[in-house]
Ligand binder design. Structure first.
Ligand code: IFM
Length: 490
């Protein structure tokens, strides 16, 4: 028999990814102080079918079972890394607005710098909710004891309720007070939170992601009323504002982490900080239709490119005309980005359609009919190589595949999904000379899939939500073999 061995670079990170809100609750302390907590139990949202009606407090219970789960990552999967997030609302359930910081603005009124003085750091330390800090410390220490390199995400979607009241915003945005990312003060509060996290947990964290998939937070929250994401508005102006504020927030948090995390705990140095983005593969539904080609190019631009141009180049195309006018160049907002996290899942076929949001060109995604996951996403492994190469060649930053995975309740497609996507990553590395530093499969175990609830099973380990028992899927021994040998054998 002929075996082809695809060897990955030395030091390649093999891991799984998780997010606090999706896994923590189920056993142990419930966090009721976030916008998502309120959003998924809102009767209107449930009645309209915007959210599933499943509740995060019936989740996998990682908060209590983290030692066993991390053992699964280390021993069960042979991983050497793990991607986790913290929930801001767990650390600061009460407001931090009165903690003084110095804020600088650029000529356009954007926050372009935040100084957190030592006295203010002391106040933040007093204000932080210690049981949560203690618990996160235990989780991170356990990762270290197991030899898992830690990639920590600061913002993986839930916002503290004191920052964002999604029901108030949905029902009467004009009079709403707690307006989330539409409000620039959220950037300033995020700077305080990032500074506190870096100072407190820096000795246990190797890599940081400032934001997870900012385009989902802005697009699903502010462009698509029916997405099931808070606050469920369809407003182009707010979408642009939120995307801009998230881009600015990345830079501001980047600076804070660099300043406050000075302890080096790995080969990555004191703080290696990037952003996690979700570029997908786009194609016009009808390649001979000019309208479809233009619609697909526009969606690809907005989804894949727009925010990375802001973060890495200072190009703030705020009128979305795909041209950077002079007053859209904001070099003072570019702070740095040590790596780009790529979350790749699917191919989208786009066709031109009537516009659903005033001011935005019309388009729609053609529903998947073949090779679909339970989410209705089209499996297209070649897209992994395409987007990885595209991001690397355009922005010249090391790539980390920070998510890739499949909702597959029957466990029929997961193994091939994993293998086929890893093959493409390997081609990017060896055939196309792209620097890819690691792969984090989404996800370690089944979890709370936001508006879609528990039905969507992305886990390498299946979770019985009644007993909290974890059972390996067929992909577990396959992933373990790859991770422990650093090689994909075929
Ligand atoms: O569950 C999500 C995750 O939170 C962000 N990336 C996509 C995953 C699957 O939808």
């Amino acid at each position: 028999m002929f075996w082809l061995a695809r060897v990955f670079p030395d030091g390649f990170l093999w891991g799984t990814a998780m997010a606090a809100f999706q896994v923590e609750m189920g056993l142990g302390e419930v966090d009721s102080r976030s916008d998502w907590y309120v959003w998924v139990r809102d009767e209107n949202n449930i009645k309209k079918g915007l959210v599933s009606g499943d509740l995060p407090e019936d989740g996998p219970g990682f908060w209590a079972l983290f030692r066993d789960d991390l053992k699964l990552a280390r021993a069960g999967l042979g991983n050497n890394a793990v991607r986790l997030s913290l929930d801001w609302s767990r650390i600061f359930p009460e407001q931090t607005r009165d903690v003084p910081v110095k804020v600088r603005f650029d000529n356009y009124g954007n926050v372009c710098g935040v100084d957190v003085p030592m006295d203010s750091m002391r106040l933040l330390e007093e204000r932080a909710y210690q049981p949560s800090v203690q618990k996160y410390r235990e989780v991170l220490t356990e990762c270290r004891n197991l030899g898992l390199t830690v990639l920590l995400t600061l913002y993986h979607w839930p916002l503290p309720l004191w920052i964002h009241d999604p029901i108030e915003c949905r029902d009467d945005f004009v009079h709403a007070v707690r307006r989330g990312w539409t409000d620039q003060t959220t950037v300033v509060e995020f700077a305080k939170y990032a500074a506190y996290v870096a100072k407190t947990f820096g000795d246990s964290v190797d890599l940081y992601a400032t934001l997870n998939e900012p385009m989902v937070a802005s697009g699903a929250g502010y462009l698509r009323k029916s997405s099931g994401f808070p606050p469920g508005l369809g407003d182009l102006g707010l979408f642009v504002e939120v995307t801009k504020n998230l881009a600015v927030a990345h830079g501001i948090a980047y600076e804070q982490v660099k300043k406050w995390d000075i302890s080096s705990c790995s080969a990555y140095g004191p703080a290696y900080v990037g952003v996690v983005h979700n570029p997908q593969y786009y194609e016009p539904f009808d390649k001979d239709s000019k309208a479809d080609v233009e619609a697909s190019r526009f969606v690809e631009y907005v989804q894949n490119e727009w925010i990375l141009n802001m973060i890495l180049k200072g190009d703030y195309d705020l009128d979305l005309n795909m041209i950077i006018e002079k007053d859209e160049q904001r070099p003072s907002l570019v702070k740095g980005c040590d790596f780009i996290g790529v979350n790749y899942y699917m191919r989208n076929r786009i066709r031109s359609a009537e516009s659903k949001v005033p001011g935005l060109p019309g388009f729609e995604t053609v529903p998947c009919t073949q090779n679909c996951t339970d989410m209705g996403w089209e499996i297209y492994p070649q897209g992994m190589r395409y987007v990885t190469n595209w991001v690397y060649n355009r922005y010249r930053r090391p790539i980390m595949i920070t998510e890739n995975g499949i909702a597959d309740a029957k466990d029929e497609k997961r193994s091939e999904y994993l293998l086929s996507h890893l093959r493409e990553i390997h081609k990017s590395i060896t055939d196309d000379s792209v620097t890819v530093k690691g792969y984090f499969h989404w996800s370690l175990m089944d979890n709370f899939e936001w508006a879609r609830g528990f039905k969507m099973r992305f886990g390498l380990y299946r979770v019985n939500y009644e007993t909290k028992e974890r059972t390996p899927t067929k992909a577990v021994p396959i992933y373990k073999q790859i991770a422990t040998t650093n090689t994909l054998q075929e």
